[in-house]
Design a protein around this ligand. Sequence first.
Ligand code: CAA
Length: 379
Amino acid sequence: MNFTFSSEHKLIQETAKEFANNELLKGVIDRDENKTFPKDQIKMMGEMGFLGMMVDPKYGGGGMDTISYVLAMEEISKIDASCSVIMSVNNSLVCWGIEKFGSDAQKEKFLPKLARGNMIGAFCLSEPEAGSDATSQKTTAIDKGDHYLINGTKNWITNGSTASIYLVIAQTDVEKGHKGINAFIVEKDSAGITVGPRENKLGIRSSDTTSIMFSDVQVPKENRIGEDGFGFKFAMKTLEGGRIGIASQALGIASGAYELCLKYAQERKAFGKEIYKHQAISFMLADMATEIDCARLLCLKAAWQKDNNINYAEASSMAKLYCAEKAMKITTDAVQIHGGYGFVKEYHVERLMRDAKITQIYEGTSEIQKLVISRSILK
Ligand code: CAA
């Protein structure tokens, strides 16, 4: 066992930290308040290689491992979790899904643009009546010979109005249940697509979340990913990696809040001394530090298993579950440590608390992670 990072890992971590502090921190409160999509910031992230970190360099990506991705996600998420969800969806759902399971033609056509941020992608699985119960897809993709015809509605789609391509999961053969589901690359400018208004959310407010309606959208056959009927497994396999991304986002939100608390507790005085000298506060900080360390180790373990081709379904669900739950707890305590200042926007912790909530919900709720873990340990 070796718990040290390589010099490359340290460099990536340092680069992401510097970038987040220099480029994402300014304006983050306003972007959150006004739901302003971080267009310029995402462009810079693409140029710096943060949007296709693990993509093979032959497709314009960084060719990095998942550990590097976790380290960068943590640093970006400390400062702006709206930027990091865009990064996570593009890297671990869209780029990874296409690179791992797509055809050569699909990879050549889409990966270079996705990896450099010249386009971003979205992952369309959830529906108005199929969230956790993802096999209950109502969106249909009917085989019409040389193309499929897609009809239905997807919702809660990250990058819904800003993505250029959608990975759409749809039911081709109802009789076959989940074995009749397919995944498609659908270009946003296809006729018949209507994008709903951007949701007005509790957290990650500057990221773009919409519903998308598909009405007789023609998708060429060559845009199907994998064999006929592979769509549900495609979604599940892709989400295994996605959950490492969201776990590291939750980790970053928690560690960002913790770092703000450390600083505040050493500056703020009450009853004649800095508040960290009161055990009520120092014990809260000790709990935070311990839980963040556990959360980070779980993320890195899942990433390491993925990089070493060891089944990581259970590990990624454990990381996602633990990190999300701790992010919610730690950010709530961070507001408490800051007292009244924690309740106003300028001190950042209230935003981190609002942002933490979604990590318990998307890419599989905490309850779904417990389902995956319990099935894995009890099989
Ligand atoms: N890898 C490969 N195959 C898998 C799999 C995995 N990880 N998990 C399940 N499967 C397969 C099963 O083996 C089964 O296939 P067979 O019949 O051939 O064996 C098939 O898929 C169906 O599996 P289950 O019987 O386990 O299905 P289920 O309905 O009982 O439960 C579930 C599945 C785990 C609950 C799944 O529905 C799930 O993960 N739900 C949560 C969905 C989710 O995470 N949504 C997130 C939306 S995307 C998002 O949030 C992105 C964003 O924008 C931020």
